[in-house]
Every structure is written in structure tokens, then in C-alpha cells.
Design a protein around this ligand. Structure first.
Ligand SMILES: Nc1nc2c(ncn2[C@@H]2O[C@H](COP(=O)(O)OP(=O)(O)OP(=O)(O)O)[C@@H](O)[C@H]2O)c(=O)[nH]1
Ligand SMILES: [Mg+2]
Length: 629
């Protein structure tokens, strides 16, 4: 099926033609038929000599109803352009042609009507000349009379040839059905109609209503008055909807494939065919069957930012038009270049933006995608489709990533980690979340990926500095050696807070030493050397079982301050079992685990995570400076 709209000045014979071609009445309202004036869109269809089917959207020609006219022309790919032989080129001939040009309609047939009333030659010449200057270009023409029937066979053949030239629509495209009518049918509820420009609708589909975001179910599909299980574009369709009141769906709403459209209330556009003067600040944006007031902000000569009074489901490349309703004039055609434009906060931003938009116009969708990717560095997988753009960049952790941005981040990661270490030498590296924020990454999993590519390890939510693992500053190493001397004499006599302070071991130094495996934390402020727990296990197993806390304290030659938490630690590790408030017994055989106290140097030599210089990182400040530095 194909869909063709009519266009042309009031009373030039559009509805008469549609009636003659289809045998159907396009003027649906009694008021229209009584006044002989089309007010709203009419719909009729027929089978052509070739067997192809065509549906017509008959538009009103009267100036007062231009918004209705535009709702009909908006989603339609081809036009029957009507000029009366006796009327000639008139204001709405010009306005409708400007609209078709703005929308970029590229296929049409000129029909010169009322040829029984005047010589059609001058009207045809002027019309063809005007039309040739638009996106329609040079089109064929036929001369007809609705009264004598002259030219009707040529008209049919002409329409057949016109639809034969139309490119096929993509049946797999995402659905965006612009609603042009909604009504209720007794017993079956809400019905909406529209011109399906691309995609396929099926009974049973779930679609989203653009105005409210609510889900609606397609209960049944009709096309050209017949029920069908599915209908491919291009087509006129009527959808019987479940789950929505008729009053909630209106002309200008759209029914959308779920999850693949974004509603936007700010767009950057190319203005086409605009007069030299900038567009008026307030205008009406017509797209599909929708008409939305917009505020315009020019960006250079040929581009503008539009703020929409209500959001619409738009994508890159959509065509629309701007009309000044007060001046009754079409201001410009609009091509959507960005449906998620960046804010224009700084001075100079509009000029920079204009340059970007110029590049997008020159480079097309690929350039738009590239510019989008460069702006944020990361685009979630799935978003290009929603924006109407091709997917660019490598996919990492669910994001399209700009190679340039990734390379920059790889080199910055090293500095971020090194800077953090510089300020906090006792911490092994910055938290992942911190890195994510500093690098402006959209998700923590990208930090992990980046770190891994740079040969950095991520452990316990931190990106480990390459020089951090198992390593401690010399000052702390000295303190630990003095502490170890004490503890080797009395392994369970954990130093008290004053002694720790004397040794220069505050909470941060202790935390770093514990992380480096040089101390074991038994409780807050109670630290022993590695292996103390295992040695305690061995000592306690030599006691008569079960034993009391006091007996344990004496056997370990320590105080209750150490003995109580140490026993609790043994309980937790399953090396002792608590029998009642005071009694415990040893579980398992001692000596399985090493009881010897490793010296601090040995502790640090335990096999740890892979170390080595970060592959992406610049050298940490103050070290390994090359000769150039
Ligand atoms: N003599 C003559 N009259 C015609 C012809 N075609 C249309 N008319 C008459 O012209 C008048 C307007 O025709 P319509 O078909 O309603 O015109 P329209 O373009 O649909 O008008 P709007 O929808 O209001 O813009 C009617 O009275 C028709 O009968 C024709 O070929 N010859
Ligand atoms: Mg009419």
C-alpha cells in the first residue's frame, strides 16, 4: 500500500479528485459537505490499474485550517498537488508547497483541475516552475475536469506511476505512529488512526503513548477498513487500543515501540530555506501530526536551538517545519541534528556549537555520532539507536567508548592514583568511586576495566597503586622493626596505646601495616605479629582441656586486654570452642599452621598480587624522571 496526500488552495478541487478516484467521500463531517469546504483531514482509498493499493489523505485548503493540513502532510511521503485552471497559483498553493519543501517531500504529481472552466496552460506553467524549485523537483502533470471526466484515465495512470516510484519503507524500523484521529467504537473502546511511515504494527503489540508514557496494547489492527493481523509500512492504519481512554490520545501524540525512543524538549536543528531574517522567537514546530509551540535561539546563520513546550519523540534526521502562526507563514524547514544537545552556558558556546552543527550537516549521521561520542566519551549501548545515530567506537562494559577519550583516561589514571598516594602514603590507592568521579566515568565498572588494562589491580574497592602492594614507607618499617623486637620477646604482650604512640604507630600506620600483612589486628588497638594466632593455638592446646580465660592468660603471659579478644578471634576461626561463660577447649591439631614468627622482611616477601610498573601510568612524581625532565 502507498499513502499520498493532496495539497493545494481552497476550492481547487482536491476532494473532488479523491472522490472521483476512489468513489469514497473524503469530507467526513456533515458541515464540510454542506459548506463544500474541507475542514479536517479526509481518508479514502482505491486499487490502481496495476493492482497497487493507494490511500489518500485529503487535506483542507482553507488558510484557517493550515494546522490540520500540516498534520496530514507531515507523515506522508508523496503528494497530489492540485491547482485549478481557473484559479491559478494562489496563497495556499504557495504555503502548501513551502510546507512540502520544508518537510523534504520528494515525490509528487501536479494535477490541473477545473480544465473545463479555463485554459489550463498558464496555471500548469506557473505551478511546474514553482514546484521545480523545491524538494519535489521536476514532476509530471495531468490536466483533468471533474465535470467532463477529461483526463481521469491519465490521472489514474499518473498516480500509479507516482506510487511505483516511491521507495519501500523498512518493515523492521522502530514504530512511531503519529496519531491523526482518535475515536471510540461502541463495544471495542479507543481507536486511533495514522499514517505508518515505517515499521510494522501487529495485534497484540505493546506500544508506548508518547504524551503520557503509558503502555497500551494493540487489541486489533485495521487497514483500509479491513481487520489484519499485522500491517507493514507504508500504510494507513487504525489501531484498537486496550488500556487507554480515548480522551487521553489526541492528534499529535505518537504510539512508539517501547524503549527505543527518547522524548526531548530541546533540539538543535538546521534551518532550511529560511529567509535572511532570523526566525521569530516564538514559533510553531510541526512534525508528524504534531504541532508544538517552540522558543527559538539562532546559532549562527543556519542553525537554531529549539525549546519545545512539550516533549516529542524525535531522532537525528527528522524533518519538520517552523511556522509563524501570527504571520501565517512558514518560516523554515527544520532538520533535527541533535535531540540531546549540550547546554550553552559559557560565552562563546553558541559559536562553538554552530561550528559543530555545521560539521554535522557536512558529515551527516556519522559525524553526529562522532560528535556525540566525543562530547561525553561514553555512550551507553543502545543509545545511538534511540538518538537516531549509527553506533561508533569500541564497546566496553556496556558503553561505546571514544578511542581518544579512552587513551586520555589511560594516561590520566596513573596520575590520579599517584596523586592520591602522594597525599596518603599509607593507603594502597584511591577508592574506585573516587577515581570514577575524578575521571568523569559513567560507571564504576569502567574504572575496573581501565585499571586492568593499565596493569593495576582493583582490590576491596580500591585501585591499588603499583608501588603500594605490600610496601610501607621506611619510617613505618622502622617502627615495625622496633615493635617486632618487643614482640619476639613476649609474643602476646601487645603494646598499649602509649607504647604504640612512642613507636610512631597511629591508626593509619597500623591500618597500612595490617593491610600489608605486617601486623595482625586482634581488636581495636590490639596488634600482634603475624603467626601469633597460630602460636596461641599451639600454646593453648598444651593446657588441660577445657581451660579458663585466666588459664589462657597465664599460659600466653599476657593481660585480659589481649587474652579476651584473642580467644574470641580463635573462636571465630574455629580453633577454639566456647563451652560456657568461662570455659573453652581447643579444636583441631596445632602445628599444622606455622608457629614460627616470620620476621617482618619475610612477611612482606609472601607471594602477593602481581606487582610492577603500571603499563599506562606516567612515573609517579619525583621518581624515575627521564633525562628530559
Ligand atoms: N467545473 C468544475 N468544477 C469542479 C471541478 N472540480 C471541482 N469542482 C468544484 O469546485 C468546488 C470545490 O471543489 P472541492 O473538491 O471541494 O475543492 P477542495 O480543493 O477540496 O476544497 P477545500 O477542501 O475546501 O480546500 C466544488 O463545488 C466542486 O464541485 C472541475 O473539474 N470542474
Ligand atoms: Mg476538500
Amino acid at each position: 500500500m502507498h499513502v499520498v496526500a493532496t495539497a493545494g488552495h481552497v476550492d481547487h478541487g482536491k476532494s473532488t479528485l479523491v472522490r472521483a478516484l476512489t468513489g469514497m467521500e473524503p469530507d467526513r463531517w456533515r458541515a464540510e459537505r454542506e459548506r463544500g469546504l474541507t475542514i479536517d483531514l479526509g481518508f479514502a482509498w482505491t486499487r490502481l490499474p496495476s493492482g497497487r493499493r493507494v490511500a489518500f489523505v485529503d487535506v483542507p485548503g482553507h488558510e484557517r485550517f493550515v494546522p490540520n493540513t500540516l498534520a496530514g502532510l507531515g507523515p506522508v511521503p508523496a503528494v497530489l498537488f492540485v491547482v485549478a485552471a481557473d484559479g491559478g497559483w494562489m496563497p495556499q498553493s504557495a504555503e502548501h508547497l513551502a510546507a512540502l519543501d520544508a518537510l523534504g517531500v520528494g515525490h509528487g504529481l501536479l494535477v490541473v483541475t477545473r480544465a473545463d472552466l479555463a485554459d489550463p496552460t498558464p496555471a500548469r506553467r506557473v505551478a511546474l516552475e514553482r514546484i521545480a524549485a523545491t524538494t519535489l523537483g521536476e514532476i509530471p502533470s495531468v490536466v483533468v475536469s471533474g465535470v467532463t471526466g477529461e483526463g481521469m484515465a491519465e490521472l489514474r495512470a499518473g498516480v500509479d506511476a507516482l506510487v511505483g516510484r516511491l521507495p519501500p519503507a523498512d518493515p523492521d524500523a522502530d514504530v512511531r505512529l503519529w496519531v491523526d484521529r482518535s475515536f471510540t467504537v461502541g463495544g471495542s473502546g479507543t481507536v486511533v488512526t495514522g499514517t505508518l511511515g515505517a515499521g510494522t504494527v501487529r495485534a497484540g503489540d505493546t506500544l508506548l503513548l508518547s504524551s503520557t508514557g503509558e503502555q497500551v496494547r494493540v487489541r486489533a489492527v485495521e487497514s483500509l477498513g479491513e481487520a489484519v493481523a499485522e500491517q507493514r509500512a507504508v500504510a494507513r492504519v487504525a489501531l484498537n487500543l486496550r488500556g487507554v481512554e480515548r480522551s487521553r490520545v489526541r492528534r499529535g501524540d505518537a504510539l512508539l515501540s517501547p524503549g527505543v525512543w527518547r522524548l526531548t524538549d530541546a533540539i538543535d536543528v538546521e534551518l532550511r530555506g529560511a529567509a535572511e531574517a532570523p526566525p521569530p522567537r516564538q514559533a510553531m514546530l510541526h512534525v508528524g501530526s504534531a504541532a508544538v509551540p517552540v522558543e527559538t535561539r539562532p546559532l549562527g546563520a543556519a542553525w537554531a536551538r529549539l525549546r519545545l513546550a512539550r516533549p516529542l519523540p524525535l531522532r537525528f534526521g527528522d524533518t519538520a517545519l517552523l511556522r509563524d502562526p501570527g504571520a501565517h507563514r512558514i518560516v523554515a524547514g527544520v532538520r533535527v541534528l541533535d535531540v540531546d544537545p549540550p547546554p550553552l552556558r559559557h560565552r562563546g558556546a553558541p559559536a562553538r556549537r554552530a561550528a559543530e552543527l555545521a560539521a554535522i550537516v557536512a558529515g551527516g549521521a556519522r559525524e553526529a555520532a562522532r560528535s556525540r561520542l566525543l562530547r561525553s566519551g561514553f555512550v551507553p549501548v543502545g543509545e545511538p539507536r534511540v538518538l537516531g545515530l549509527p553506533a561508533l567506537g569500541e564497546v566496553r562494559a556496556g558503553f561505546h567508548v571514544a578511542p581518544e577519550a579512552w587513551a586520555r583516561l589511560r594516561s590520566r589514571l596513573g596520575s590520579v592514583v599517584a596523586a592520591w598516594r602522594g597525599h596518603r602514603p599509607l593507603e594502597p590507592g584511591p577508592p574506585v568511586e573516587q577515581v570514577r568521579r575524578e575521571l568523569g566515568l559513567p560507571a564504576p565498572r569502567l574504572v575496573t576495566l581501565l585499571a586492568r588494562e593499565c596493569g593495576l589491580e582493583v582490590r576491596e574497592g580500591r585501585v591499588l597503586s603499583p608501588d603500594a602492594v605490600g610496601d610501607l614507607p621506611p619510617r613505618v618499617r622502622g617502627s615495625l622493626e622496633r615493635l617486632a623486637r618487643d614482640l619476639r620477646r613476649a609474643p602476646f604482650a601487645a603494646p598499649d596505646t602509649p607504647r604504640l604512640a612512642e613507636l610512631g604507630l597511629g591508626p593509619r600506620e597500623i591500618a597500612a601495616s595490617v593491610r600489608a600483612g605486617r601486623l595482625v589486628r586482634v581488636a581495636e588497638g590490639v596488634v600482634l605479629l603475624p603467626g601469633a594466632v597460630e602460636q596461641a593455638h599451639a600454646e593453648l592446646s598444651r593446657l588441660p582441656q577445657p581451660f579458663t580465660v585466666s588459664a589462657a592468660r597465664r599460659a600466653l603471659a599476657t593481660s585480659r586486654r589481649v587474652a579476651v579478644p584473642l580467644l574470641e578471634l580463635l573462636d571465630r576461626r574455629g580453633l577454639t570452642r566456647r563451652l560456657d561463660a568461662d570455659l573453652r577447649e581447643v579444636v583441631g591439631e596445632p602445628g599444622r599452621v606455622g608457629t614460627a614468627f616470620p620476621r617482618p622482611e619475610e612477611a612482606s616477601a609472601r607471594p602477593g598480587p602481581r606487582r610492577g610498573p603500571a603499563r599506562c601510568a606516567p612515573p609517579p612524581p619525583g621518581r624515575d624522571r627521564g633525562p628530559a625532565a
